[in-house]
Design a protein around this ligand. Structure first.
Ligand SMILES: *[C@@H]1O[C@H](CO)[C@@H](O)[C@H](O)[C@H]1NC(C)=O
Ligand SMILES: *[C@@H]1O[C@H](CO)[C@@H](O)[C@H](O)[C@H]1NC(C)=O
Ligand SMILES: *[C@@H]1O[C@H](CO)[C@@H](O)[C@H](O)[C@H]1NC(C)=O
Ligand SMILES: *[C@@H]1O[C@H](CO)[C@@H](O)[C@H](O)[C@H]1NC(C)=O
Ligand SMILES: *[C@@H]1O[C@H](CO)[C@@H](O)[C@H](O)[C@H]1NC(C)=O
Ligand SMILES: *[C@@H]1O[C@H](CO)[C@@H](O)[C@H](O)[C@H]1NC(C)=O
Ligand SMILES: *[C@@H]1O[C@H](CO)[C@@H](O)[C@H](O)[C@H]1NC(C)=O
Ligand SMILES: *[C@@H]1O[C@H](CO)[C@@H](O)[C@H](O)[C@H]1NC(C)=O
Ligand SMILES: *[C@@H]1O[C@H](CO)[C@@H](O)[C@H](O)[C@H]1NC(C)=O
Length: 796
């Protein structure tokens, strides 16, 4: 009845068609959920919400979110079997109590008529937020541990707190990897008697936020988390736009602050670093407040600024005591091409940077105009539901059992070069051979719950690696857009390369013109193990810290996370998480597991943007760049496998591949046997996974990196200052193929944060920076590293 009515309405009035998500036919499933009637998609109006701005919609929205025995409340800390999209059509939804978030939930509004979540005047001031994505429980702890909050998004919603007197907050958002807030607006009271905040985030290991607009408030946002990437956030008239509660590393790109007393207050002594680029401040009394005192040689409060314009800003940077450290112009504009405060290695150091006119390398080929290129996830607002070609309508089953290889391959062949968008309904598409995505294809998944899962003997042989998903063949030319998809494998798939990307996209060189953009992968993730259906859970792959160098071969599950091959060019990636599971999400206690995948993300292409990415727990390396050029990486994050050095790298992977320049730990660790500069007396193991290894590459810029090694054989006692941060000797290597000096390389890294590694940077055979020279928060932090070649190029 309902859909008939919508159809009639659409036919009668051509001007109004609902957003495709509203009326696309839904047949997504959660095959590993025992409830066969479990529903992914919930339109809040079908659950009784009125959206008329008058009716209290709290209960109806809660019903839409919680239906189906989902994961929320004290009895559940994580689940992959109860994903949901909670959809808000246009309207104003009045609420009198917080909307409480459940695990694996996408809250999505109609982007063509953005719905408003409006607090009633009766909304309790003691409530933490309008959307409480992770509530505090009676034991004082968050429902979901902040660093384990994965796979959730909030998109296209307006949060309006203005009717509330006193305290009010839009979103409470403890968050970790594979989370996103995109295209939301916040309307907050600016009455000095009120304390309104747009987003409050106190913990986690994130993450990405993009395209947000904040109006008013005492604080536009209060942010604390290990690391984050935030792009295109705009603040109008917030008293303090951003209160940086704490962090290790943070990247703000294309930030805009208008009419504030304070832009970013990073004066807390718990702030490690802030990287700010391509941004502007207009009519702001003090753009930035730092706690770092002049002459301070620690890593605390490291600040790197590139391409920022201040208009009518009297003070650009002030100390915590209010003392101006850097002046702007109260009646004009000042532009900072480059500014940094913190420790620099260029390549030798440390030396103290405290000033303007710093000449960053700034590869022009990565820019559009004067800014580094950026592009948000397409939401296809302008397309009707009839333009989407559903996998399940094309004979794919997605039940985790049926072999969907031919159905998916046929779908992508049908969509390639057409005006259609491939739509992967939620489900597990088990495939027994490579899924090929031809050039000129657009793909979108349903609710981050469409998983392509490689399985079977074709993926078993580590001597014969095979992609699960292959984008283009070597030399193929064309474009790709892909979003909200997870690629995985099942069981002992030691030969599986989860994603192989070969495409050369002919984007306009040097300009990336909007009509001819690079290809994009947004919220495309890799997940190996740790979920129902993976056959790599607690029961199969328990941790074995008490067994010497034991590896269960049934838990060797991959050759590589993702390979961007030499033929790949012009690829923009945003918010991607390549994860070998360290714990079982579907286990009630989030119990740790040992799953083995050899390599993380290998980049051999050119003009690649990695905006907000994370690669974790691979045995040889997390990120490796080989003969890559023009690479932008902004807030990258890694973790070394928790089991190492039991066994040490490269075990269990003894077949090293010289073609793709696998690290040779035996040779390397001999070279390093008598290191000239590593801390004497350290017992830190050498044969450990690299966080970031850059070989023979040029014009690489890293805008924020967090390379972490928390464990030795599942014990965290090595990752403390008292223990000498000696979980591993080295974590970040840059050099040329001879393994010697980094002669030809132009690599610049800003705000590098490491944990548990004695050396922070190794160039050729020399350890350039050690953790104790750059002590900061729980992490060590240095502001600028410029490789030998980069230093030469800019004449240092
Ligand atoms: C920034 O975000 C706003 C709000 O979503 C959007 O209107 C604008 O187009 C975005 N700008 C860019 C450059 O993407
Ligand atoms: C910056 O934040 C600190 C800590 O919250 C606060 O005490 C201080 O007043 C703030 N500074 C300004 C200029 O608002
Ligand atoms: C900045 O302030 C000036 C003077 O009050 C005003 O004319 C201008 O519109 C403001 N700019 C913005 C972007 O709000
Ligand atoms: C360096 O700055 C931090 C705050 O960013 C402060 O906590 C610390 O005491 C300072 N150290 C010295 C030696 O001035
Ligand atoms: C410059 O700005 C200051 C402070 O905003 C203001 O008081 C003053 O009148 C301005 N001067 C001119 C010449 O506009
Ligand atoms: C080595 O890597 C190349 C390039 O990716 C690949 O074609 C080859 O199959 C790999 N060989 C082995 C033994 O892993
Ligand atoms: C090794 O893994 C297999 C399959 O996952 C499992 O059946 C077996 O119990 C595991 N062996 C040990 C010793 O844990
Ligand atoms: C979780 O751990 C507790 C103790 O650590 C144990 O009593 C309980 O049985 C575990 N629950 C499950 C479902 O494994
Ligand atoms: C490195 O890449 C360049 C193109 O950027 C290519 O011409 C050259 O052959 C590559 N070198 C190797 C050793 O693959």
């Amino acid at each position: 009845m309902k859909s008939f009515f919508v159809f009639m309405l659409a036919a009668a009035s051509v001007a109004w068609t609902a957003y495709w998500m509203e009326d696309i036919s839904r047949h997504g499933i959660a095959p590993f959920n025992p409830d066969k009637d479990y529903r992914i998609f919930r339109n809040v109006k079908q659950w009784g919400a009125k959206g008329d701005g008058v009716t209290d919609d709290t209960a109806a929205i809660h019903a839409a979110i919680s239906h189906g025995n989902r994961c929320g409340g004290a009895r559940c800390v994580g689940s992959t079997i109860t994903p949901a999209i909670v959809y808000f059509p246009a309207g104003t939804y009045l609420i009198t109590a917080p909307i409480v978030g459940f695990y694996y939930t996408q809250l999505v509004g109609d982007p063509t008529h953005m719905p408003v979540i409006k607090a009633s005047p009766r909304f309790p001031t003691q409530a933490i937020a309008l959307l409480d994505a992770d509530p505090y429980m009676s034991n004082g702890k968050l429902n979901f541990q902040a660093t384990n909050v994965f796979y959730r998004q909030v998109r296209n919603l307006v949060f309006d707190t203005r009717a509330v007197r006193g305290k009010a907050t839009g979103i409470h958002w403890p968050s970790a990897q594979a989370t996103l807030i995109q295209n939301c607006a916040f309307h907050l009271s600016s009455d000095p008697k009120d304390t309104h905040v747009g987003i409050f985030m106190e913990e986690g290991s994130g993450g990405m936020m993009v395209d947000l607009v904040f109006h008013g408030g005492k604080y536009g946002a209060r942010f604390g988390n290990q690391q984050y990437t935030m792009r295109n956030l705009t603040f109008y008239g917030s008293d303090t736009a951003i209160d940086q509660i704490w962090n290790w590393g943070w990247t703000y790109k294309s930030l805009k602050v208008v009419g504030s007393r304070v832009g970013i207050n990073m004066s807390s002594s718990d702030v490690g670093s802030v990287t700010l680029l391509d941004s502007s401040f207009v009519n702001v009394s003090t753009a930035l407040v730092t706690g770092r005192t002049p002459g301070n040689k620690t890593g605390l409060g490291s600040l790197v600024i590139q391409n920022v314009l201040y208009t009518n800003v009297p003070t650009v940077l002030a100390g915590a005591d209010g003392q101006p450290l850097l002046l702007g112009d109260p009646n004009g504009s000042v532009h900072d091409g480059g500014y940094a405060r913190g420790n620099m290695y260029a390549p030798h150091g440390p030396s103290l940077l405290e000033g303007r006119e710093f000449a960053f390398s700034q590869p022009a080929t990565l820019k559009l105009g004067d800014r580094y290129y950026e592009r948000s996830k397409p939401q296809y607002e302008q397309y009707p539901a009839s333009d989407f070609m559903s996998a399940r309508d094309h004979y794919a089953v997605g039940d985790g059992q049926t072999d969907d290889t031919s159905a998916l391959n046929a779908l992508f062949q049908a969509v390639a070069g057409s005006s259609y968008i491939a739509y992967l309904d939620a489900g597990y598409y088990k495939v027994t051979n490579t899924i090929f995505i031809p050039p000129n294809t657009r793909v979108v998944g349903e609710g981050l719950a469409a998983i392509i899962m490689g399985a079977g003997e074709k993926f078993f042989d580590p001597n014969n690696p095979r992609p699960v998903v292959q984008v283009g063949k070597q030399g193929d030319v064309g474009f790709l857009e892909m979003s909200d998809i997870i690629v995985s494998a099942q069981g002992a798939t030691a030969g599986a390369v989860m994603i192989e990307y070969n495409l050369n996209t002919p984007a306009a060189e040097n300009t990336c013109s909007p009509g001819n953009p690079p290809s994009g992968l947004w919220d495309v993730h890799v997940r190996v193990g740790g979920y129902k259906g993976s056959k790599l859970q607690v029961a199969q792959c328990p941790i074995t810290p008490n067994q010497h160098n034991y590896v269960n071969s049934s838990c060797v599950a991959g050759y590589m996370g993702m390979h961007i091959t030499p033929s790949a060019r012009n690829l923009y990636m945003e918010n991607n998480w390549i994860w070998v599971a360290d714990h079982d999400i579907d286990d009630w206690n989030s119990t740790q597991i040992s799953v083995f995948v050899a390599r993380g993300l290998l980049v051999e292409g050119s003009r690649i943007w990695l905006v907000g990415s994370s690669v974790e727990h691979h045995t040889l390396y997390q990120y490796q760049l080989v003969n890559a050029s023009d690479v932008w990486m902004g807030q990258i994050q890694t973790e070394t496998p928790y089991y190492q050095p039991n066994p040490p790298a490269p075990y269990p992977f003894t077949l090293l591949n010289a073609t793709i320049r696998d690290p040779d730990f035996t040779t390397d660790c001999q070279h390093y046997a008598a290191p000239s500069s590593l801390r004497p007396g350290t017992s830190a193991p050498c044969a450990m996974a690299w966080g970031l290894r850059i070989l023979d590459s040029k014009d690489v810029v890293v805008f924020g990196a967090g390379l972490y090694s928390f464990f030795n054989n599942y014990d965290t006692s090595c990752s403390t200052a008292a223990a000498g941060e000696d979980c591993q000797a080295r974590i970040f290597w840059v050099g040329d193929s001879s393994g010697k000096a980094a002669d030809v390389l132009t690599v610049e890294t800003y705000n590098l944060n490491t944990i548990g590694s004695v050396s922070m940077i190794t160039q050729g055979k020399i350890d350039m920076a050690t953790w104790d020279q750059n002590r900061a928060t729980f992490a060590s932090t240095l502001a600028v590293f410029r490789s030998e070649g980069a230093a030469r190029e800019v004449g240092v």
